[in-house]
Design a protein around this ligand. Structure first.
Ligand SMILES: [Zn+2]
Ligand SMILES: [Zn+2]
Length: 667
């Protein structure tokens, strides 16, 4: 008689024969809803793993479905399509070596070592071949192999062999492209997994070293397309071979794919570098170097509103401002551990009078120095240090992306030092603050709040503190009433964190705010406060940046608003347009009256046709164009042409200035 196993989904339990698969378990548990691509299995010893639907489940496992239309499900689908793409490339380009093919945000890629870069017509051929392969109804079949078997199977694939060696030394190149086996830790050598694409007649079409999971078969790919190709260094390092990367995307339905492609088109039109240039907001001169930019006067006016808002609000909420330098001696970065853990992202050192200095990649050590400038008492806590701190990070020129990923940027950075009993309120305060900020800047409610917990490799000890901090983050978010998700094991090595995302006008999600607990720096700097008992205690330290980076948030807003900022943020809020030079005087008078209520106003006195001037007001996306001629000058009125909305004639200047002032005050 065969053995039976027990599986669970929440409170539901089912008995199955030994050897039952995840899909059989989900069906027995009546847990299948809609399309699913894989399962999440929590083993009796607590490991939570993505699982192929046709893979055997262990006794006592919790089994949950991964829906096709979830972010997790899409990543699995996209990565599965990457296998099909690599198979097509292998067919069409004999001798191609393949490296890694992980899912990325909204898509996937695979890197190949081929004789020449791919052309547009190559991509068409590859896509056509992929469609043929999808029709073959190949299954993805998982097989566990030893290290030696894997090395032998991929003898002519140098990148796969290198991945195996990297796994040996504990480096994972991508979390799907191979990792040590699960559950066998301790006994014998690590196992690897190979996934084979098997045709219905049992013949193997292609195999890859991969951690999985994948969709069950190629008939489970509803919609995909290839997007572009580009050169990419193996492992992102300039001293390594240049590979050819093909990007694609895949979705759970044709409709979802179509929506995504429409969004990509729209995003291209709104690119912040393009809009920034057209609207004369920001400038990326080559002389500065990649990832460095400047705000032109109109961009600077928008930025000033952002800075004023955050400065006013931090003061109102009991933060204490500081100013700190951009460089400091290496001694500081030694003490903070940045040279040990973060050196790759720092600009190289410079020597001054025999001492080595570094540009700052973070503000934290300076804020700690502000805290430790004198003895602190428990009565003073929480202490919230804040600064608009400009930092410099050495991002590779290949990944620099305008203001979205820059080498120099300014954080609205704060560090909160508090007692354990204050952590929940402090963190909840940060989340509420972020929420108010998104509302004020037109991004609505946060679209996603993710709490990341302790990773496998983390700072030693502090077990109680980790538990307390994770629970504090959960309690804090719960207190705000926002929904949240838990990203198991995704925290930093030095503490758990909360990431807050917002959705822009074309549906893209941006991670903006981070609230991070830190057990490492307080230790390294040996910071303390004097408790009620007269003894020294270690405070909790929370890092938080709400905009994140001012430059990045500016770029996100610019793209989301498509350059048409809300009136309170717009660099020029109204432009007065005289119909002829005779009325320049009256136009100036109108502008002065509006400036009296604090509005930013310009007068267009160019010697051009009225049509041209009105078009210019329109293309520069100024919220209000005010047209004035003889009738208006006589009656003391303006004709109002808003950028959005309908035109109005004969509006008294006093009335319009009141309306404008009220609109600006709504910030
Ligand atoms: Zn794979
Ligand atoms: Zn920090």
């Amino acid at each position: 008689m065969s053995q039976t196993i027990t599986v669970q989904h929440g409170d539901a339990r089912a008995q199955l024969e030994e050897g039952a698969t995840a899909i059989q378990a989900l069906k027995a548990l009546e847990a299948v809803r809609g399309q699913i691509v894989a399962a999440r299995v929590t083993t009796p010893d607590g490991a939570s793993l993505q699982w192929d639907l046709d893979r055997e489940v262990p006794d006592g496992a919790q089994v949950a479905p991964i829906p096709a239309d979830s972010e997790e499900g899409r990543a699995i689908l996209r990565h599965s399509v990457a296998h099909v793409m690599a198979q097509a490339v292998t067919d069409l380009f004999p001798g191609a070596k393949w490296a890694i093919g992980p899912p990325v945000e909204d898509g996937f890629y695979y890197d190949f070592d081929v004789e020449r870069p791919f052309t547009a017509s190559d991509l068409e051929r590859i896509e056509a071949r992929m469609k043929e392969l999808l029709k073959e109804k190949q299954s993805f079949v998982r097989e566990e192999v030893t290290r030696e078997q894997a090395l032998e199977e991929f003898a002519d694939q140098p990148y796969k062999r290198e991945i195996i060696e990297l796994v040996d030394e504990g480096t994972i190149v991508s979390n799907v492209d191979a990792g040590p086996g699960e559950g066998e830790a301790g006994d014998g050598p690590p196992t690897f997994t190979v996934y084979r694409n098997v045709r219905p007649d049992g013949s193997v079409a292609w195999s890859d070293l991969c951690r999985g999971p994948h969709v069950p078969g190629t008939d489970r790919v509803p919609a995909f397309t290839l997007l572009r190709s580009a050169g990419a260094y193996w492992r992102g390092r300039e001293d390594q071979p240049m590979l050819q990367r093909i990007y694609g995307t895949a979705w759970e339905s044709r409709k979802a794919l179509k929506q995504h492609l429409t969004m990509l088109e729209e995003a291209k039109k709104r690119d912040h570098r393009k809009l920034g240039r057209e609207l004369e907001l920001v400038h990326f001169p080559e002389e500065l170097g990649p990832g460095l930019s400047l705000f032109l006067p109109h961009g600077a006016l928008v930025r000033k509103q952002m800075e004023d808002w955050i400065r006013d609000e931090t003061l109102r909420r009991g933060y204490q401002p500081v100013y700190t330098p951009h460089v400091a001696k290496e001694d500081l970065w030694q003490l903070s551990g940045h040279l040990e853990n973060y050196a790759e992202l720092m600009f190289p050192g410079m020597e001054v009078e025999g001492a080595a200095y570094r540009l700052k990649p973070m503000n934290c050590p300076f804020h700690i120095m502000a805290f430790t400038s004198r003895t602190r008492s428990y009565r003073e806590l929480p202490i919230r240090i804040s600064e608009l701190g400009t930092v410099y990070r050495y991002e590779r020129s290949g990944v620099v992306n305008g203001m979205l990923r820059a080498r120099g940027f300014t954080q609205d950075d704060s560090h909160i030092f508090c007692r354990q009993d204050q952590v929940v309120d402090e963190v909840a305060g940060c989340v509420e603050f972020a929420r108010d900020l998104y509302r004020a800047f037109g991004l609505g409610e946060p679209s996603r709040v993710a709490i990341s917990t302790r990773p496998e490799k983390s700072i030693a000890g502090h077990d109680d503190k980790w538990k307390a901090a994770e629970q504090a983050l959960i309690d804090a978010v719960a207190k705000t009433g926002l929904a949240y998700e838990i990203d198991e094991g995704e925290g930093a090595f030095y503490g758990p964190k909360i990431d807050i995302h917002a959705r822009d006008a074309i549906g893209r999600e941006w991670q903006l705010t981070t609230v991070q607990v830190d057990f490492n720096l307080p230790e390294r700097f040996d910071i303390s406060y004097v408790g009620e008992d007269g003894a020294k205690h270690r405070p909790f330290m929370v890092h938080r940046a709400l905009f994140g980076s001012i430059e990045r948030f500016f770029a996100v807003m610019l793209e989301s608003f498509n350059g048409a900022f809300p009136t309170w943020l717009a660099p020029v809020q109204a432009v007065v347009v005289p119909v002829a030079p005779d009325f320049d005087g009256y136009a100036t008078e109108v502008a002065d009256r509006l400036r009296e209520v604090g509005a930013r106003v310009e007068v267009d006195v160019a010697d051009e046709t009225l049509g041209n001037k009105i078009r210019r007001a329109q293309t520069s996306k100024v919220p209000y164009a005010l047209v004035v001629g003889g009738d208006e000058a006589e009656a003391g009125t303006v004709a109002v042409r808003p950028y959005q909305g309908s035109q109005r004639k004969d509006v008294a200047v006093g009335e319009f200035s009141k309306e404008l002032a009220a609109e600006i005050a709504t910030r």
